[in-house]
Design a protein around this ligand. Structure first.
Ligand code: COA
Length: 453
């Protein structure tokens, strides 16, 4: 039996390095070059290998210790002791053993701790050598390289790397929860659990689509950042929008409507209703024009059933209105728009907008729409592509009306033009139908007498 003291080889750093992980325990059979512990330098981890094979008798360091080249790290019982260094590090070793003081000192130390043995043993040389660096910088931006190749570029200890190798986990896809983004075993477990959950249930965004996982990126590597939790409404909206975007093949049809006459009428009436506290905005008229178009094209006032094989045509006209609130987007529903006057609609729109912004909408207030309108006309913009509010089959986006030159056959005239953007579910609606539908809305707004027909 021969007890050898293993010393910390040359780390290439004059500073003491912190022991951040111990990978072996007394009694373990140690193979030559097996990693014993991990040290952390500024932004890298270094694995410290055993230079001899044998059985680990004792550790001389613990996690948190700061150690320098030449410090004792472990005691090993090895009859296979050799004075040769691993070939990969022989150059560095040669230099050190020939000239450095620590070598001599280490030899002495090793001899001192030799246990009595009946068989004389050769003096043990465990001189400092350079340590192969096991990992590079932490939080490397996510790369697209393969798991086995790229795992060398992440910030993780050998135990974690071993676990990742065994489980086939690509460490570059994991955001480490440890100090400076270091990946630990728990991070791997959480990652695997997430993958299993996604595979079994699908996330709202990728169910049935088997979309690649969105890698996490540590943006703080590129500059100062601040993390702001999403509101409950934003999280729900995100889920619904992702689902709707993925499930329905969207096409958006654009149109403009000359609302010069409508606007003149609206402006003439507005002061009268202002006194009653009612605001006649263009949206009220647009709601009526939409219902007019829905009555002539029932497939737009419909939903696909769960099997996707039947269209359910609705005989009611409940219009969802996207309302912008400080906490995010909500879509309250105004019911039976076909049966209501412009002033009733104005009152109801004002009520639901207030309720929405006060976060007082009930679930019922937001259920049952057969078509949706999203108006950004009060804000601005020339056009946008709204996402269909499934199970509706279409949604009308409204942008800001502006004065545009229009050719009347003889001359250009300044007209108030309202941009419309109709996104529709191409599984249900054809392009020609969508073009006709949008034109019907545009014409109804152009001459609101049509709404009486
Ligand atoms: N073109 C030009 N001006 C318009 C307009 C349009 N298309 N639509 C509205 N306006 C004017 C209104 O007349 C009003 O002007 P006024 O105060 O001089 O009378 C002003 O813009 C503000 O209108 P607004 O208060 O927004 O009323 P509204 O009836 O048009 O809209 C809501 C009500 C609730 C829909 C609206 O406030 C809202 O929240 N819009 C955002 C919806 C959203 O976020 N959609 C995006 C979903 S992705």
């Amino acid at each position: 039996m021969t007890i050898h003291t293993l010393y910390l080889p040359d780390t290439g750093s004059a500073n003491a390095l912190e022991v951040i992980e111990i990978l072996v325990k007394p009694g373990d059979a140690i193979a030559e070059n097996q990693a014993l512990l991990t040290l952390e330098s500024d932004k890298a981890t270094l694995d410290v290998p055993a230079l001899l094979a044998g059985t680990l008798v004792a550790l001389k360091v613990k996690v948190g210790d700061k150690i320098k080249t030449g410090d004792p790290i472990a005691e090993l019982d090895s009859d296979a002791a050799t004075t040769e260094q691993p070939s990969t590090t022989s150059t560095a070793n040669d230099k050190k053993t020939k000239s450095d003081t620590p070598t001599t000192k280490l030899d002495d130390a090793a001899t001192e701790i030799k246990k009595p043995s009946e068989t004389p043993v050769a003096p043990v040389v465990t001189a400092p050598i350079s340590i192969p660096v096991a990992a590079s910088t932490p939080n490397s931006p996510i790369s697209n390289s393969t798991a086995s190749d790229s795992n060398t570029e992440v910030y993780a200890g050998p135990g974690v790397r071993r676990m990742a190798r065994l489980l086939g986990v690509d460490l570059t896809r994991i955001q480490g929860s440890g100090d400076k983004g270091r990946i630990n075993k728990n991070d791997i477990q959480v990652h695997i659990k997430t993958l299993i959950d996604q595979a079994q249930n699908g996330t709202s965004a990728n169910k049935g689509f088997n979309l690649p996982h969105m890698p996490e990126v540590d943006f703080s590597l590129f500059g100062t950042v601040e993390t702001q939790p999403l509101s409950r409404i934003k999280k729900l909206t995100a889920q619904n929008l992702s689902r709707n975007w993925l499930l329905a093949p969207h096409v958006t049809q654009f149109e403009t409507s000359d609302i010069t006459e409508m606007e003149a009428f609206r402006k003439s009436q507005a002061p009268i209703y202002d006194k009653q506290g009612l605001k006649l905005t263009p949206l009220i008229f647009i709601m009526k024009a939409v219902v007019h178009a829905l009555q002539s094209a029932p497939t737009f006032n419909a939903s696909l059933d769960a099997s996707g094989e039947n269209l359910i045509l609705k005989k009611y006209f409940h219009i969802g209105i996207a309302v912008d609130t400080p906490n995010g987007l909500v879509v309250p529903v105004i019911r039976n728009v076909d049966q209501k006057s412009l002033t009733t609609l104005a009152r109801e729109l004002a009520e639901v907008s207030l309720k929405a912004r006060a976060q007082k909408l009930s679930t019922q207030d937001m259920q049952g729409s057969s078509f949706t309108i999203s108006s950004l006309g009060g804000i601005g913009g020339t056009a946008f592509t709204p996402i269909i509010n499934l199970p509706n089959v279409a949604i009308l986006g409204v942008s800001k009306a502006t004065i545009q030159p229009q050719w009347n056959g003889k001359e250009f005239q300044p007209r108030l033009m309202l941009p419309l953007s109709l996104s529709y579910d191409h599984r249900v609606i054809d392009g020609a139908e969508a073009a006709r539908f949008t034109i019907t809305i545009a014409q109804a707004l152009q001459d609101i007498r049509r709404l009486l027909l």
